[in-house]
Design a protein around this ligand. Sequence first.
Ligand code: TXA
Ligand code: MG
Length: 428
Amino acid sequence: MFRPCSTLLATCVALWSMPSAAFTNRAIRAALTSRRFAPTMATKATEAAQQAAIAKIVPCDAASLKECGARLRDGELVAFPTETVYGLGCNAMDADAITKVFEAKERPLTDPLIVHVNGRSSAFELWDTTSQARSALDAICDQFWPGPLTIVAKAKSDVPPILMANTGFVACRSPSGDIARRLIDAARVPLAAPSANKFGHVSPTKASHVWDDLQNEDVWIVDSDAATSPESSDVVCNVGVESTVAKVDCSSECAGRVVLLRQGAVSLQDISECLQKAGLGNQFHVETKTQKTISDHIATVAPGQSIRHYSPDVPSFIVAKDRCDDASELSQAERSFLSTSVIIDFGGILKRWEPACVAYRDLSAGGDSAQAAKALFDTLRWTERVEGAQRVLFPEIVEDPTANDALVLTLKDKLTRAASGTRIDSLR
Ligand code: TXA
Ligand code: MG
């Protein structure tokens, strides 16, 4: 059982970086009573506490969203679906409300939050731009908003430092999801919202996922349909993976830079082509700083991009391409290994091992990256419920470098992080 230990270690490192003693005590308490540590640390008292859920599932009709809007203005938390994943929202201009989000997620204060707005003009109320930055931001917002692209730019002085982890740069995104847009309108304030999961766990794409992680927090969870049962909500997160994060930086004397910090449905090439089309190709250097996830070290490039991320509570591994391609007969030892393994496949690469493993799902039998991305987080969470599962195996995905398929890169990145960068080349 090394997962809980490594997660606990990561949590301790995260807690160590928190400045306030009260916050630290609260976060440690929350970590110790969290469902994620239940297998090793739960006591009768904490189990009883967990039964008394505090969170509330609310419908997404107009009256409910109006109430949610008022709750957000009052400094409380509301989790809501976007076209990517569920966000845990609060008033982005209210430092106390932001603190509650960090507490509820057990997230280190070093990891800044994205602000959700309904249009460019609201973002420019938070961004402090030069004319050069403005021209790039205009072009990028024009092309990609509303949609799954988050843009980081220099912040105005009244943006709460805690929102930005004291970086002086604020991230904004205009979601295309209908419920998210209606909620932002109802709140009449910009909404800071990280993914609505416990820190380090798999991002949620259903109300029931949010419930699983945050039922002991003072959070309202907007269901995607009018049902009140946490199990009955549909997937509304049609993209299924988090937004691309790109930073527009014009602080140097020479050319401006656009730096990709996280891969999502929008690619570096898409952004580069957008700037060229706007006649800004010569003024901006476009580059990626997403971490190479295949080596097992902790990222320092973008906060929140640590290699251990999106992890299910079951140890997970990538099966090296050579082993995936090796079609020879399985040995007895390999069969025994597979009999306690769950396989999450892509494009049928590991289909021939389906009869030997404890459970099998293919994210997309046809190898469609959009279909796979949409299914990914729900499937990672499903592995936690498979009886007899001792580990999860993913095939190593080799992308076509000429295809400009952002979602294949995203899929590969998420699976690598879920596996903490660990690749195996034999089944034992
Ligand atoms: O699709 C999404 O982006 C979802 C939905 C809810 O909008 N949100 C989301 O938030 O994924 P979160 O907090 O889980 O991830 C935000 C990422 C983190 O990697 C964070 O470090 C980065 O964006 N980020 C936020 N503000 C930043 C800033 N000022 N500078 C650099 N990176 C930033
Ligand atoms: Mg997240």
